[in-house]
Design a protein around this ligand. Sequence first.
Ligand SMILES: Cc1cc2nc3c(=O)[nH]c(=O)nc-3n(C[C@H](O)[C@H](O)[C@H](O)COP(=O)(O)OP(=O)(O)OC[C@H]3O[C@@H](n4cnc5c(N)ncnc54)[C@H](O)[C@@H]3O)c2cc1C
Ligand code: FES
Length: 596
Amino acid sequence: MTEECQNYSLEGKFISAVSVTKSKKILGSHIIVQNVVAVVSKPEKYDYIEDVVCKETDIKENEMKLLSLGQNGGKVLLIKQKGELHAIGTKCTHYGALLHTGALGDGRVRCPWHGACFNIKTGDIEDYPGLDSLPCFQVNVDDTGLVHVKARRKDLDLNRRTKKMHEKDANNDTTTLIVGGGPAAATCAESLRQEAFTGNIIMVCKENALPYDRVKVSKTFDIDFEKAVLRPASFYKEHNIEIKLGTEATGLNTIDKVVQLSNNEKLKYNNLFICTGSAPRMPDIPGVDLSNIHVLRDYTDCHAISSKLSQDKHIMILGLGFIGMEAAAFCVDKCASVTIVGRGTIPLQSVFGTDIGNRIKHLFEEKGVKFIFERNIAQFIAKEGGKQPQSVGSVVLTDGEHHPADIVIIGIGSRFYTDWIKDSPIQMLDDGSIVVDKYLKTNVENIYAGGDIAYAPLFGSDNILAAIGHYSLAHYHGKIAALNICGKNTVLNSIPFFWTTLFGKSYRYVGYGKAEKIRIYGSLENLEFFAYYMKDDKVIAMSSVGADPVVADFANFLYEGMTLTETDINKDAFGWMRNKPKDLQNRFQNESIVSA
Ligand SMILES: Cc1cc2nc3c(=O)[nH]c(=O)nc-3n(C[C@H](O)[C@H](O)[C@H](O)COP(=O)(O)OP(=O)(O)OC[C@H]3O[C@@H](n4cnc5c(N)ncnc54)[C@H](O)[C@@H]3O)c2cc1C
Ligand code: FES
């Protein structure tokens, strides 16, 4: 093959002209030219690559294989299930995890990292995070048992596909109003168009920012906002999704079906989806209004902190939860000191339990983070001789100790952004969460709620009601609200899945509830383990570090309606697993039972 020809095919795409110096055969067409540019038309069949990827006998039932397609580095994920072969894109559309390392369930593959699910027949995204679906490719087995896959080059290169978006119909004046601008809002807006809603879609968001990847706020303070947006402005424009940024909903009249906005506009709706998320809690401590005291919720918060970080600054963090711990991990090598103050004695204990929390504490101490337990901040003291507005310089703790603090980060939980509807007939709990049914419907006709604020039935946890603040679940709620707004009655059936990343290690957790006992397999010391959280003989949740895809596998297990008991684990701790972590028997043999 000539150099030009190699380049031609390496590019994997068609060009309209090729420079050649002598007679060549390019993809079946002879072009006889001498030092001229020959224009090559674009035969449609060359939009596709078709090749043998393996023998039918090379792949077993319920196996996933990452295979090369063609000579240009293209890859497909080949899956065999129920005797059928399926080929789809290889990487999760969220952060790009390789899906053959994930967990294959009944008809779907779940990403090992954060739990997104893709249909193995269509590539459609069925659970989140991430918004796009995967391409799916044609598979044939020939008479000699060779497996052929045919793929559009473009799909192979992109590895992602936005589901077909229906156009807005100028004659349809039905309006769906979305109040909120986080992942629940974003997924709802685009799912409405995907589910053939052709009326007006208006999204109102108090934050002056398009929906973006909020989880980065406490993990990478210097996030590039342009890269963090879930969709660019052009996407919403193209699909006629109107967005009012920097605008707050301030009141709701459910009789006239009108939402009052902070800019004095009144918006009429036919369907309303409320997904206003959570606001960080601020403590009522003297001096809390001084500058350089920050919460972490919006991208402007982390940008404000990162612009002030330097090697001479002392950082004081209030709170032993995820926000405080992620912030400490990010800051510790960029400043003079990081101290975390908390009322408890173990970080992240309420989620991971005592022993895992303690291991994380030691890791943080090894990295130079200081902890002060069983205390609170009693007062923030202004820096002496500082400029106006006065900035914090130190804190006084409840035991009277003084500590330097050039920057303070508050991570003591959140409250729901639902004050604006408290005078409406929508049923809410005292904490401000909104009660919804399994369709995300509130008690008021045509009003739905989702994301952090929804007090909703939890599939996989006996449908108990809870308001759960997970990024993935918020996306999923957006999709379910859209389906139900479109009249496609669909019940919630997502399994809560979340993660945190601390000093480069990802901790995953699936399930829900307060465990009585925890069984750990593997090495907690080396942070390479998985844990069963048990209550009343039942495994209600699992966590893991360095043990993918066990947590994703358990999410599939719960999703398929199965129950794992302590008795099952006593018989065989790994027996239920369908997608085992590498070297399971060696790495995860050690067992320890600990209290929650
Ligand atoms: C710093 C940080 C890190 C996180 N990390 C993780 C993680 O690692 N893993 C995980 O699973 N989850 C994580 N979460 C939780 C996750 O981000 C939330 O569960 C998720 O964003 C909730 O989505 P939502 O759409 O319900 O609301 P939000 O994302 O909170 O968005 C709601 C939006 O509505 C706007 N709004 C509020 N009131 C009004 C009003 N009256 N009118 C109009 N707009 C309004 C808000 O300004 C906001 O922009 C993290 C959260 C934070 C803050
Ligand atoms: S990379 Fe797959 S869910 Fe995040």
